[in-house]
Design a protein around this ligand. Structure first.
Ligand SMILES: Nc1ncnc2c1ncn2[C@@H]1O[C@H](COP(=O)(O)OP(=O)(O)OP(=O)(O)O)[C@@H](O)[C@H]1O
Ligand SMILES: [Mg+2]
Length: 412
């Protein structure tokens, strides 16, 4: 591309977006743009309230489905606490760790220490690699005591941590005498309620000071959340349908604000791409399909081939039957034909069932239990897709091992 045509691109104003950054997932909106979370904000604020004057913040667990504002509320409240603490003369440290990025104990300690450190004052260095984990811990405790009265550490997506040692260390830093004067509080966030089962009793007792569950939004709240960011678009660009339709799509499984904003942003991008002057209904519909595929690809990425084969089998069933829930036995029969077709090992019934349960944990599949009729009948697990079968197959076909599979080849 020549310099002058590039110049044209730089010079041309964006006809659709006025402040696109308002729709970025990481953007933290101002307080008056946050909708329907007053109680959650107050609850969390009361947990960390003592900290603004240098007292101990209470450890907190936050649960809730994806897109229910957990990360947003945690960031917003702690930011505000930090500002207030500063006015009070309290030295408050604040760290936000995304455990999908820092999944090991050592990485979390390094990132925490690195964020809190001020090497000019402490003379402590935190090399990115190379030290033993206890050395990093030791430096972290030193930094905390030297620089802060209190520190709040947000561990987001905590179920992604490979082990829970870090939680144990941080949540009990004070009582175990690791830090002398600094008070440490943890805010742990997860969208998996079942995650709690994997926690050690000792961690639970120190974390369970209080736990909050964030409910999904209803369609009205989703509309309000989007309307509050409509100034991301130029005046008149959003047609009347755009926001209600995005809200309706995002409320379908559970009210997910991330999905709502994603759909709206993608719809804007599609409109821009087509040189359309407005975001219209068909842009929103197309954006929704793209959002579903993106989300599902992310979830499925890195899953073992066997798991994909089992999910594919379920998608074949879902496509052909009116019923949308299937027992392991029904799925297993189809799974065998899929694994044959792919020339791969066939797992035992039991192992495939384990694979299906893992997919439920990852929100790739849903699960329900039915109690059998008659005596001696146990509980049977039924599985269903969280996306439509068309989307699921499209995503699985992106994996080269599955690309030649043709759904019409299977007689289900
Ligand atoms: N109550 C709200 N008001 C305004 N915007 C919101 C609200 N809740 C969520 N959002 C926006 O929706 C998006 C998703 O929210 P957030 O990241 O906090 O969800 P989450 O609960 O952490 O989801 P996940 O479990 O997937 O991480 C963000 O862009 C956030 O700014
Ligand atoms: Mg989050």
């Amino acid at each position: 591309m020549s310099q002058s045509s590039l110049g044209d691109i730089w010079a041309s104003p964006d006809a659709i977006f006025a402040r696109k950054e308002l729709l970025n997932i990481d953007h933290i909106p101002e307080e008056d743009r946050i909708i329907g979370r007053d109680d959650e904000i107050e609850d969390l604020a009361s947990q960390i309230h003592p900290a603004v004057r240098g007292g101990s913040p209470r450890n907190t667990l936050i649960y809730g489905k994806t897109g229910t504002g957990k990360s947003l509320v945690a960031k917003h409240v702690t930011q505000s606490a930090q500002k207030f603490a500063k006015q009070q003369g309290t030295k408050m440290g604040r760290v936000y760790i995304d455990c999908t990025q820092s999944a090991t104990e050592t990485r979390v300690v390094i990132n925490t220490a690195h964020t809190l450190n001020n090497p000019d004052k402490t003379g402590i260095s935190i090399p990115v690699t190379g030290l033993a984990t206890d050395v990093y811990y030791h430096r972290l405790w030193q930094i905390l005591d030297e620089l802060y009265d209190v520190a709040i550490i947000i561990l987001d997506e905590i179920d992604k941590l490979k082990d829970n040692e870090i939680l144990m260390q941080l949540s009990r830093a004070g009582e175990s005498g690791k830090v002398d004067s600094c008070k440490v509080g943890i805010i742990a966030i997860s969208n998996k309620i079942s995650f709690k089962k994997s926690l050690d009793e000792r961690i639970l007792s120190s974390l369970q000071d209080r736990e909050f569950i964030f409910p999904p939004y209803d369609a009205n709240q989703l509309r309000a959340i989007m309307r509050n960011r409509a100034d991301a678009f130029h005046d008149g660009v959003l047609t009347d349908d755009a926001i209600p339709l995005s809200a309706a799509f995002a409320a379908r499984e559970h009210g997910d604000a991330r999905k709502a904003l994603d759909i709206l942003r993608n719809a804007g991008e599609l409109a821009k791409h087509e040189d359309s002057e407005q975001v219209q209904e068909h842009h929103v519909r197309d954006a929704r399909e793209k959002a579903d595929i993106d989300r599902f690809s992310q979830l499925l990425e890195g899953q073992p081939t066997q798991a994909k084969a089992a999910v594919y089998a379920l998608s074949l069933l879902a496509e052909h039957e009116r019923d949308n829930e299937f027992s392991t036995r029904e799925i297993y029969d189809v799974y065998k034909t899929v694994s044959d077709e792919l020339d791969m090992d066939t797992l035992s019934h039991r192992r495939m069932h384990d694979r299906l349960s893992e997919q439920v944990f990852l929100d790739i599949l849903g699960e329900s239990e039915r109690v059998g009729r008659g005596r001696g009948q146990g509980v049977t697990n039924y599985y269903f897709l969280m996306e439509d079968s068309h989307t699921v197959q499209k995503v699985i076909h992106q994996d080269s091992r599955f690309e030649d599979l043709d759904n019409t080849d299977f007689r289900v």
